[in-house]
Ligand binder design. Structure first.
Ligand SMILES: Nc1ncnc2c1ncn2[C@@H]1O[C@H](COP(=O)(O)OP(=O)(O)OP(=O)(O)O)[C@@H](O)[C@H]1O
Length: 271
């Protein structure tokens, strides 16, 4: 299969075992099989500590699997790929640089000439509604504005694959809904594939084409749900649709069981 035709991500029989500071072995991910198609928006939900972030770090190339295969665009992952963008709960910004300079940093680092990098950065700042904030410093922005800077900083590099680890969880509820809508709008024009890790089942359904439910740790795929809600979606109104509620119930009956297992384990650890 040519790499152009292959899925955005393929994980086959993937496991990750960490050595803890005490020297014990901890299996974070076990025998994970997952395919993400090109242009697909996949949300990953699972109980706390089950291995969701670890799965993202394997795809990103920040960690190597202990066993199994991890491929991005048909190629085995070997280090951090150029075409991957990240957005995390806490965003890495250069505090001493202006917003514009932060957004320009990625293209400059990739060898784009200064004038072009500036033009592209301004374009993305306009798209995320921050055109008049380019001279501000990060500490002069609100949480939502900082998140927009993070999106612009990532998307300006034209990633084919966007890995998002609870990107909106530190925001208040209204800003979170706004950012979700903005993300959908920005993503719809890019053709990029997205893997979005969240604790919030409603958020996952509102955003994704597919919701992947992970088991209580070690993480493996328990069930995958296709989300047949039409696009374009507005997260605040899609939540009120009867189909949304039906899907929510279906997924929760799968996810809730894993959350219970995790809680019971926690209780027995304390006992
Ligand atoms: N570098 C590491 N060394 C040892 N153990 C680790 C390491 N990274 C993660 N773990 C362990 O692996 C398990 C999975 O962690 P991970 O962060 O992937 O879970 P998660 O599902 O993303 O959690 P949460 O939902 O709470 O963010 C946890 O028990 C964690 O303590």
């Amino acid at each position: 299969m040519s790499s152009q035709m292959s899925p955005a991500i393929e994980l086959r029989g993937t496991s990750k075992v960490f050595r803890t500071p005490s020297g014990a072995l901890h299996t974070a991910v076990r025998d994970l099989d997952l395919t993400v198609e090109r242009g697909e928006f996949v949300a990953v939900v699972g109980p706390t500590g089950c291995g969701k972030s670890t799965t993202l770090t394997l795809v990103s190339g920040l960690e190597e699997p202990t066993e199994g295969d991890v491929r991005v665009a048909g190629e085995p992952v070997d280090g951090v790929g150029e075409k991957i963008g990240f957005v995390f709960q806490r965003d890495a910004v250069f505090p001493w640089r202006t917003v514009l300079s932060n957004v320009m940093a990625g293209p400059r680092f990739r060898g784009v000439a200064k004038a072009e990098a500036k033009e592209r950065a301004r374009e993305w700042l306009a798209r995320v509604g921050l055109a008049s904030f380019e001279d501000r410093y990060p500490h002069q922005l609100s949480g939502g504005q900082l998140k927009r800077v993070a999106l612009a900083t990532t998307l300006v590099n034209d990633p084919e694959l966007l890995l998002m680890d609870e990107p909106f969880s530190a925001l208040d509820v209204q800003t979170r809904a706004l950012m979700s809508d903005e993300l959908l709008e920005l993503w719809s024009g890019t053709g990029a594939s997205v893997v979005f890790v969240t604790h919030d089942l409603e958020e996952s359904i509102a955003l994704a084409d597919k919701v992947v439910v992970m088991t209580a740790g070690p993480a493996t795929v328990k069930e995958i749900f296709e989300i047949d809600l039409p696009r374009p979606r507005k997260v605040e109104s899609v939540r009120l649709e009867s189909r949304f509620v039906e899907i929510y119930r279906e997924i929760w009956s799968s996810l809730g069981e894993e959350v219970r297992i995790t809680r019971e384990r926690g209780a027995s650890d304390v006992a």
